[in-house]
Write a protein of this length. Structure first.
Length: 152
């Protein structure tokens, strides 16, 4: 278990932002490596145009994704995780869920460092983060935001 924690930490640190790769591809590559490290299946639905987010938004969103998937690996006992990113016009939604054992959202989520960091990063990009316990026992994290589009 310790080796997996160390491996995940090193993996997160060595995943620099390569601005020549569009955000969706960067997420896909990271998820493929995460899947190999953890053995947890990832189902992805990434519907997003190239360069939809600013570089600052991409940094915050990538950090949220990494933290959410780290929490899945460490705490959920899941064998499958799902990520969805959908963006239309000026609204976008990031959803990450698992089929593991969910934490008690009301009691435990308030004091978790990782969840508070994800909430803070969401606020930095003017987005809202919600947590939901799923019927089958998993946890879902939803981050919703809007984009102001400049008329060009």
């Amino acid at each position: 278990i310790f080796n997996n924690h160390v491996r995940q930490a090193i993996f997160n640190l060595r995943s620099p932002l390569d601005e020549s790769i569009v955000f969706v591809e960067r997420v896909r590559v990271w998820l493929q490596e995460w899947q190999l490290i953890t053995g947890i299946t990832v189902v992805e639905e990434l519907k997003l145009g190239d360069h939809y987010y600013t570089p600052v938004e991409e940094v915050h969103l990538m950090s949220i994704i990494q933290e959410a998937f780290t929490n899945i690996r460490k705490h959920s006992q899941a064998d499958q995780a799902t990520i969805s990113i959908k963006a239309e016009q000026n609204q976008w939604v990031l959803s990450i869920s698992d089929n593991g054992c969910a934490l008690n959202v009301d009691q435990q989520a308030q004091n978790k460092y990782g969840l508070s960091m994800m909430r803070r990063r969401s606020e930095e990009i003017f987005a809202q983060m919600e947590l939901h316990t799923l019927e089958y026992g998993g946890l879902e994290i939803i981050v919703k935001g809007t984009k102001e589009r400049k008329n060009s």
